[in-house]
Design a binder for this molecule. Sequence first.
Ligand code: ATP
Ligand code: MG
Length: 575
Amino acid sequence: MNDSLPPSPSDETAPSNETASAKLNFVEQAIERDLAAGRFDGVATRFPPEPNGYLHIGHAKSICLNFGLAKKYGGSCNLRFDDTNPTKEETEYVDSIMEDVRWLGFTWNELRYASDYFEQLYDWAVQLIRDGKAYVCDLTGEQTREYRGTVTEPGRNSPNRDRSVEENLDLFARMKAGEFKDGSRTLRAKIDMASPNMILRDPVMYRIMHAHHHRTGDAWCIYPMYDWAHGQSDSLEGITFSICTLEFENHRPLYDWFCQALKIHNPRQIEFARLNLTYTVMSKRKLLQLVQEKRVSGWDDPRMPTISGLRRRGYTPESIRNFCAEIGVAKFNSTIDVVKLENAVREHLNRVADRRMAVLDPVKLTLTNWPEGRVEMVEAVNNPEDPAGGTRQVPFSGTLYIERDDFREEAPRKFFRLKKGGGVRLRAAYIIDCHDVVKDADGKVVEILCTYDPETRSGSGSSDRKVKGTIHWVSGEHAADVEVRLYDRLFRVENPDAGAEGETFLDHLNPDSIQTITAKAEPAVAEAEVGTRVQFERIGYFVVDSDSSPEQRVFNRIVGLRDTWGNMEAKGRAD
Ligand code: ATP
Ligand code: MG
């Protein structure tokens, strides 16, 4: 921290302390106000996922925020599994969530489970009953809803609202002992059935659910509701700032009511806008549906917006953190263009990924003046953005492959790639000139005939000849065949959730979201380990997928070199 340094008077553009504090986001402002006012003497946050699915990029926003604030203010952040709904929760999800948080680069202070607090929560519920602040209610779910009233009409009191403390204690104990059927009774807080805030109309604290829990087994057949578990768990952990998404804003009075009724530490709940992204869906329920209906290969399908999907796709943790920092936190919901996420990984990989050459749609090119059988090693720069990245040797010979699209028999003047009668530089090698082509019976070019100009070798040639274009290539006899999976967006439309009557998000799946091809790559590529990310020059960023075998590497396209979706969509093609 350089708080103690006065801003330099000679440099008008240096951020003064004043502008620095003006840049605090609204969560930071609230934290600093509370710290200054002495409400809390430190920052303790938590990330509280329910283990009912894999984490998605929206959770990454919450993770970056909670762990980031703890780091910024020298505090701590817990990972707490909000495991109060046994029917949807599984250990597989718990494990994947821990893996994802670690992969994103964060270390939790303590690992907790809401289920650790079941006993304490039960005792506290008994305390509220004794204080006349909670009662056992016999209304069915449907009746409870009906009694709750509407936004414009007050609710009605439950016929059981004035049960005696003794009767409530007895019934609640019997609920816990398993005497009653699922859904037959609830424990409710006695607050105000006429409150303008519907959440305060005697909210349910416990429901009966004879279900096996992934951690507590069959010990419990009553389970706490979110509102009853969440704030009390925060309180027990000494959390100071309980950060959640906007839909919990009207739960805040209840959060505070419970803490105050129990006379326990009362954290401050702060709500922020959830992340929505274009061209995808973000709810775990929908992601689960995609997995269960096998619309994707699994939670880690590289087209999924899950952390594990993005990881497998080749995203780096840095790029996701940078994206979250860039979008910031706000109080109003909005949808972020997925291009921002793609740009974040592009920007990072541009700096760190080695360049390699691979030809995705190969056509043979023969150098007719190349000495028979000769092979030269040419030196190629690994990463022009990284001086420490060094160089590598790439074999060059008289039989090459180039991209079909880099050649035209007849081309407009501005086509700076290879055309008949024209010249082009082969990256890191020579300038070549095309004089003829060989075609098959259908008139398709199957071989391009060129001469190379021996004086133009990159870095050492004596000629100062210049050409406008440079293209990539691989040497035919040295090239490795690699499988390349070209991913595209999983959905065709910006907002798959918005559709005409009778449509669901599934109707908007992009039928061409994966295309698998075999490419020719320079030999170094065939040895890259799973997880290695490279830039295939002039094409995009790719990562070695875990489906790779020693015989064949499989590459996922992470992202193209630039955003081409807009153009392709306009042209109505997806190549
Ligand atoms: P979903 O609706 O996708 O199932 P959820 O909110 O039920 O998400 P939880 O496991 O309860 O998922 O969420 C854990 C934390 O992550 C919560 O604090 C929640 O507010 C936050 N979170 C979930 N989705 C988003 C999102 N899209 N943007 C920001 N934060 C999110
Ligand atoms: Mg949830």
